[in-house]
Design a protein around this ligand. Structure first.
Ligand code: SAH
Ligand code: DHB
Ligand code: MG
Length: 221
């Protein structure tokens, strides 16, 4: 595969249609300074999530996996006044940088970062009737993606859009021999999604600055 061409294309699109303002650029710089892994969505993928949230008139967004808050900023910027985004992160070091980046972007009033394992916080969200969410972005650890999706459905209403990142993993999901638990998690997720009658869904392959991958997109019936 021509990774160089994919990277150039990602930059080409991002520069024309998803230029980073100061807050997004600052988030990237702060993550590099703090040695946080470079696994945020790319600028044009962030813009894509932003547009999906706008298309669905999202007022409430749930994100699993904050990292440094880069995708959080793109998503929160799609919210109208009074909108709200809850984002879940288990790594305190990531959460601390994300909180700074979110505040720097002026989004601290809209964004509620919950520190802890997603699988522990999701039942709490149900308990406190935080849902239904209009838009849910699944991007935390990959092995429990099926369980995260089941929780996403519980926290949804008809019309909720659920997006899951990293479901193709450089095509490794087509390899039955892969022992990578992240690949197995994505593969199990994709098979579940194909059989799920409660949503209409597809997977959009993504190429760009990161490895060849894909985003699953589902709308709740
Ligand atoms: N959405 C981010 C990238 C997220 S990377 C962006 O595109 O900008 C995945 C994040 O999920 C990491 O920060 C990791 O610490 C976090 N994570 C891993 N396991 C988790 C868990 N069990 N619960 C919540 N977050 C988790
Ligand atoms: C990984 C996680 C991500 O969310 C991503 O977009 C890319 C890679 C990972 O854990 O390897
Ligand atoms: Mg991801």
């Amino acid at each position: 595969m021509n990774q160089n061409l994919f990277e150039q294309t990602d930059h080409y699109i991002s520069q024309l249609l998803a230029p980073e303002d100061e807050a997004l650029a600052n988030a990237m710089t702060r993550m590099q300074e703090e040695d946080i892994p470079a696994i945020s969505v790319s600028a044009n993928q962030g813009k894509f999530l932003h547009i999906l949230a706008l298309m669905n008139n999202a007022r409430t967004i749930l994100e699993l996996g904050t990292l440094g808050g880069y995708s959080t900023i793109w998503l929160a910027r799609a919210l109208p006044e009074g909108g709200r985004l809850i984002t879940l992160e288990s790594e305190p070091r990531h959460a601390a940088v994300a909180l700074e980046n979110i505040a720097y972007a002026g989004l601290e009033d809209m964004v509620d970062l919950r520190l802890g394992k997603a699988i522990d916080i999701l039942p709490q969200l149900e308990e406190e009737q935080a849902g239904p969410f209009d838009f849910i972005f699944i991007d935390a650890d990959k092995p429990p993606y099926v369980e995260y999706f089941e929780w996403a459905l519980k926290l949804s209403r008809p019309g909720t859009v659920i997006v899951a990142d990293n479901v193709i993993r450089n095509g490794k999901v087509m390899d039955d021999q892969s022992e990578d638990e992240r690949v197995q998690g994505a593969k199990r997720f994709n098979e579940m999604l194909g059989a799920c009658t409660g949503v209409t869904a597809t997977i959009l392959p993504t190429v760009g600055v990161k490895e060849f991958d894909g985003m699953a997109i589902a709308i709740v019936k």
